[in-house]
Design a protein around this ligand. Structure first.
Ligand code: AMP
Ligand code: FE
Ligand code: FE
Ligand code: ZN
Length: 276
């Protein structure tokens, strides 16, 4: 079979998507993708279930994770690919991030309470299930309890970066994030640079070991994608891509909507081979 399109950025119910790992793999198969990566926020809990389904359906799957780091007061996301996801030191670290997410969720609920919104953490937890707690769960809870009309309104009024109930995640520096990915022999890629003021920081991240840039993304238009592919080539970085699907939370299921060529996976494997 000719190897063609892939999706290297998919969330599941292990973090803040509405689709289970199994469902995500099934959709990828229906879309005709030949390879995927599950990249949940601060957890690899979705990987085992996804791998089992991917093996069954004959789709290639690689391990992945999405970490949040803070740089110059802004939040940036790092994707770690082809990681040794069973490394105990790594698991301990990302479990602590998950716990921090839960504590942060409670702090955001407290802020909402101070704003006169009587939301309870139990409602958020019921929505998050076993998933690593994130703002999307709070947004869903606000919609469910009819404090806002829509998911987007929840971010605009309360949960967005400059909104009153926003609480930043625990401070992790870019170097700590990249080093953690490298500790487990992974490849470190800057996620969706087009969604933040990332251009200025890419060269700084390069100096501390960044391996690649996510050029294809559901929030990048064609010009943005081309711009990041060219930038990656210029800087000697690889480029990757994926849909960043969160189930229908962001309107529709995005798996398969971003055309990412198989060579991105080949580049990841090449870097892994060269580095380790
Ligand atoms: P967290 O990691 O808890 O800070 O939540 C980040 C997630 O929230 C992202 O992956 C998006 O899915 C979602 N998100 C962040 N900002 C917005 C926004 N303004 N509108 C809708 N969703 C957002
Ligand atoms: Fe997310
Ligand atoms: Fe992200
Ligand atoms: Zn993501």
């Amino acid at each position: 079979m000719e190897k063609r399109w892939i999706d290297l950025h998919i969330h599941t119910t292990a973090s803040d998507s509405l689709l289970t790992p199994k469902e995500s793999v099934e959709i990828a198969k229906e879309c005709g993708l030949c390879a995927i990566s599950i990249t949940d926020h601060d957890t690899i809990d979705g990987f085992a279930e996804a791998k089992q389904k991917a093996d069954e359906l004959g789709i290639e799957i690689i391990s992945g994770v999405e970490l949040s780091v803070t740089y110059m007061g802004d939040d940036f996301h790092l994707l770690g690919y082809l990681i040794d996801h069973e490394n105990p030191e790594f698991l301990k670290k990302i479990n602590s991030f998950r716990e921090e997410r839960s504590i942060r969720g409670e702090k955001m609920v407290e802020k909402l309470n101070e704003l006169g919104i009587d939301l309870r953490m139990e409602t958020v937890k019921a929505i998050a299930g076993n998933g690593s707690v994130g703002r999307p769960h709070l947004a869903d809870a606000l919609v469910k309890e009819e404090f806002v009309h829509t998911y987007d309104e929840a971010f605009a009024r309360y949960l967005g970066y400059h909104a009153p109930a926003y609480v930043p995640k625990k401070f992790l520096t870019p170097k700590e994030g990249i080093d953690l990915i490298h500790l487990v022999r992974g490849v470190a890629v800057l996620a969706h640079p087009g969604t933040s003021r990332s251009q200025q920081v890419i060269s700084d991240f390069l100096e501390i070991g960044l391996d690649g840039i996510e050029a294809y993304h559901s929030q990048h238009d064609r010009n943005t994608t081309t711009q990041y592919i060219n930038l990656a080539k210029k800087l000697g970085l690889i480029y990757t891509g994926g849909s960043d699907c969160h189930g229908k939370r962001k309107g529709k299921v995005l798996i398969g909507t971003v055309k990412v060529p198989y060579r991105c996976l080949e580049m990841l494997r090449r870097v892994k081979e060269e580095n380790y």
